[in-house]
Design a protein around this ligand. Structure first.
Ligand SMILES: Nc1nc2c(ncn2[C@@H]2O[C@H](COP(=O)(O)OP(=O)(O)OP(=O)(O)O)[C@@H](O)[C@H]2O)c(=O)[nH]1
Ligand SMILES: [Mg+2]
Length: 362
């Protein structure tokens, strides 16, 4: 299943521009059915040099990259949590994503209105986060009222839930996002049900124009550091123009290099998002395909197999595991086998980034 990233931010921060940079041209996965469903959702192929090199060993097989979904979410204004602007639609959109790409406007342009006059990194970030916090506060308070009512009847679980909710309401009311809290098992279980917005991991994306943005980047850097968060700068409009003009990834790379950019926004964002979400990539060579798959770091082999087919979890017998680097050096699977470098993993084998796996199933 593809992971999804939601572009969130103030109106005119450049979310749709960045969406276009990520989903147009070479990065589109045309065969993917969701690609055309909705102009605000795109499924893109994850650029992966290792997959390309692996596929080079199997010239008659099709290369199938793993995918990631990007969602262009409507701009969020002050009061959005109370239904201002486009109201509550953005909430449903944010609830559905695995991580938030918080787009922060760093470009100057008098022709592009800013909802608060002029860009101010810290204030702009805070407007957006405050709305998310207010929405979570509302969710938690509503649940607290319900728990309080049941607790008055002497119900033990409701009393325990009420205690948990009291603390969470207090933290969120003080402006602490849920992702910043150290949670107990009990809190975690309750939150899994409530799916609060501020529990989602966030990556700050500084959208810079062609003018000097050093002062704003420094502010973002400091903000992110103080909050233990990741951030990346990118030139959204330039990247969108290049992605639209280029026929394929190679041409895109050539055009970007003229601007001194060595990697596309997509490559950099995907890498940052994988790190943020703790994801690893493993590979399979089966039938007509050489294919990349994404799983959370720490996934055991039967669960990784279930990405391919749900049956694989129960039918799992063993995993034959090769390291992609060793396979590339050996030049063929056969050479690697003869050198005795194909490992066998049981049900408790934990998949590592860069594994090439044959799943042996009953
Ligand atoms: N000058 C300049 N304009 C930019 C840059 N990036 C985006 N824009 C322009 O800013 C305007 C708003 O960009 P969008 O990408 O539509 O912004 P958005 O965040 O999707 O806005 P909403 O959908 O209204 O929330 C467009 O006219 C873009 O062309 C930039 O780096 N420099
Ligand atoms: Mg937009």
């Amino acid at each position: 299943m593809s992971r999804s990233l939601g572009l969130v931010g103030l109106p005119n921060a450049g979310k749709s521009t960045i969406f276009n940079a990520l989903t147009s041209g070479a990065s589109r996965v045309e065969a993917y059915p969701f690609c055309t469903i909705d102009p605000h959702r795109g499924v893109v192929a994850v650029p992966d040099g290792r997959l390309d090199r692996l596929a080079g060993l199997f010239p008659d097989k099709r290369r199938v990259p793993t995918t990631i979904e990007v969602v262009d979410i409507a701009g969020l204004v002050q009061g959005a949590s109370q239904g201002e602007g486009l109201g509550n639609q953005f909430l449903a959109d944010i609830r559905g994503v695995d991580a938030i790409l918080h787009v922060v406007r760093c470009f100057e342009d008098l022709n592009v209105a800013h909802p608060a006059g002029t860009p101010d990194v810290r204030r702009d970030i805070e407007i957006v986060e405050t709305e998310l916090l207010l929405k979570d506060l509302e969710t938690l308070q509503r649940r607290r009222e319900r728990a309080a009512k049941v607790a008055r009847t002497g119900d033990r679980p409701a009393k325990a839930e009420l205690t948990v909710l009291e603390r969470l309401v207090q933290e969120v009311a003080m402006g602490n996002p849920i992702r910043a809290l150290a949670l107990t098992e009990q809190e975690r279980a309750l939150l899994a049900e409530l799916a609060p917005l501020t529990a989602k991991p966030v990556l700050y994306v500084a959208n810079i124009g062609e003018e000097d943005a050093r002062a704003r980047l420094e502010e973002i850097r400091q903000f992110a550091e103080a909050h233990g968060a990741h951030w990346i700068p990118l030139m959204g409009r330039l990247e969108a123009e290049v992605a639209e003009a280029a026929e394929d990834a190679e041409e895109q790379a050539v055009l970007l290099s003229a601007w001194g950019l060595t990697e596309s926004a997509l490559i950099r964002l995907v890498r940052a998002a994988y790190e943020l979400l703790g994801l690893v990539t493993f590979y399979t060579v089966e039938g007509p395909e050489v294919r990349a798959w994404t799983v959370p770091d720490g996934t055991a082999a039967p669960d990784a197999g279930a990405e391919i087919h749900t049956d694989f979890r129960s039918r799992f017998v063993l995993a034959e595991v090769m390291s992609l680097d060793q396979l590339l050096t050996a030049g063929s699977e056969r050479a690697l086998r003869e050198a005795g470098r194909v490992a066998r993993g049981g049900r408790d084998y934990v998949v590592r980034d860069g594994d090439v796996i044959h799943f042996i199933c009953a």
